[in-house]
Design a protein around this ligand. Structure first.
Ligand code: TRP
Ligand code: ZN
Length: 473
């Protein structure tokens, strides 16, 4: 139900704009009693991920990391808008000792709860709609990554003594206080300081480095909204190569010692971006390139504008991670149950690449793969697969399902869908259910049975869905 008081005050505000604030103020009821912001944003899979009661506008981080001591010192300023009248609110942070929290410059009380909640109580309640800045000072030895379903989430050490932190669905809370859910995307900037001789890298555009008293500082700025798991921090004795895409977008390829075998693949970044632009529309990220590690994380992560790669990446892996810049990064999931929007499409991008660059016959490739599918993969749903199981079927069954959709709606509708989806949700969020509606609109077909068979059911789809006849044009 609509809260009358909210309607009343917002109408009051509107009246003030229209009358140029000359009319007497509309009498308003007293502000509602302040309440606690929820400890989670409302994702069923991860009830404690993210928080309620506010929406972050930007993160401004100042992080100093010494790889020799494995010690991090951070100061984070989180600027947010209250979405309710707040008596207190949470940020997500794992490990570290918090030394102080200020809200709009005033000392705030804080407490740590469970493994990831930093509970902040400002001296005065925050009004709904107000913008407030929370500054957190923290330090300590970061929490090492534990195995996730794919790569581990948290901090890794590199063979050359460096360190990096990444992961999905959670990683940002391992290095800064954050509203850790893709539903709350925000701008991001970082001032990173490491001992001279080391290089810190992150996402976004980087400024010049300066060295003072044995420490080197570099600024990183990502103006586009970014889901927090797509931020990364890596420190190593990197070799940095810079360039530009044809339109001036900065390209930064960063190689860890021992990652030289990735140079040939990295050199194809512009070619891959251009190819994917021909299928998905304009490249949405503010930078391009990659962080090439010499680590056996086993997995890459599509960190925004600058994916992070394990040792020995092949071109298909670059195509996959760069495709995520549209599918996953610019358009982010609403809930983790929607992960197929990221992985099914990024995985299908390598099919498109094979078709257009190498003349692959995708229909016959598809038929072979369908016959090779093990029963336990048919049993995995692509939508709402359950917490901790997000990555079970999306890489293998996912691209098959996308190809089946293409056959079902025909190439013309499918090509339109591939470009329109990222354009319509640019820098936003969307859910799987929205995608189903969208595909029906674009194709003009009723796809309920098709989507049920491929994305929700837990068995091999019936032949009519497995081998749909392409529409005649
Ligand atoms: N999204 C990554 C990809 O498809 C895979 C991934 C999932 C991952 N969870 C991770 C990578 C944790 C590193 C750590 O490329
Ligand atoms: Zn992926």
């Amino acid at each position: 139900m609509v809260d009358r008081r909210i309607v009343w005050t917002s109408l009051g505000g509107l009246a003030c704009i229209v009358a140029a604030c000359t009319s007497p103020p509309v009498p308003s009821e007293p502000a509602p009693a302040p309440t606690h912001g929820a400890a989670g944003i409302g994702d069923e899979y991860y009830p404690e991920a993210g928080n309620g009661g506010y929406d972050v506008d930007r993160y401004e981080l100042d992080v100093r990391y010494d790889p020799e001591r494995g010690q991090l010192t951070g100061e984070a300023t989180v600027t947010a808008r209250a979405t309710q009248r707040l008596s207190r609110f949470n940020l997500d942070l794992r490990g570290f000792t918090v030394s102080s929290v200020e809200v709009d410059g005033a000392i705030a009380d804080f407490a740590r709860e469970d493994s990831s909640e930093l509970v902040v109580t400002p001296p005065e309640p925050l009004d709904e709609g107000s913008v407030f800045a929370t500054r957190v000072r923290y330090e300590g030895k970061p929490v090492a990554a534990k195995a996730g379903q794919l790569g581990g989430n948290g901090w890794y050490r590199s063979p050359s003594g460096g360190a990096f932190v990444f992961g999905e669905p959670q990683s940002a809370s391992f290095w800064y206080p954050v509203n850790e859910h893709p539903r709350d995307k925000a701008a991001f900037s970082l001032t990173a300081t490491v001992p001279k001789g080391w290089t810190a890298v992150s996402i976004g555009k980087s400024g010049k480095s300066t060295t003072k008293e044995g420490w080197t500082t570099t600024n990183w700025t990502e103006p586009d909204p970014v889901a927090s798991y797509l931020t990364v921090f890596a420190v190593d004795r990197f070799d940095v190569e810079t360039g530009e895409l044809a339109d001036g977008t900065p390209v930064r390829n960063v190689f860890a010692p021992g990652a030289d075998d990735a140079r040939d693949e990295a050199a194809r970044t512009a070619e891959i971006v251009e190819y994917l632009e021909s299928r998905f529309g304009d490249y949405p990220a503010s930078t391009a390139g990659g962080i090439y590690l010499d680590s056996a994380t086993g997995f890459a992560l599509e960190t925004q504008g600058t994916p992070t790669y394990p040792s020995g990446p092949d071109v298909d892996l670059l195509v996959h991670e760069i495709a995520h810049q549209w599918y996953g990064n610019s358009v982010s999931v609403h809930s983790w149950a929607d992960i197929c929007l990221n992985e099914c499409f990024a995985s299908y991008a390598t099919w498109l690449w094979a078709e257009d660059k190498h003349g692959a016959d995708l229909d016959s490739f598809y038929r072979e793969r369908v016959e090779m599918m093990p029963a336990d993969l048919w049993a995995e749903p692509l939508y709402d697969m359950g917490a901790g199981n997000e990555f079970g079927a999306v890489y293998v069954k996912g691209p098959l399902a996308v190809h089946a959709l293409r056959m079902r709606i025909g190439d013309e509708s499918f090509d339109e869908l591939l470009r329109r989806w990222p354009a319509e949700h640019e820098n936003g969020n969307a859910s799987w259910e929205e995608f189903e509606d969208f595909a029906e609109r674009v194709s003009g077909q009723d796809l309920d049975e098709f989507f049920k068979a491929w994305f929700r059911d837990t068995e091999r789809p019936a032949d009519e869905h497995l081998h749909p006849a392409r529409p005649s044009r």
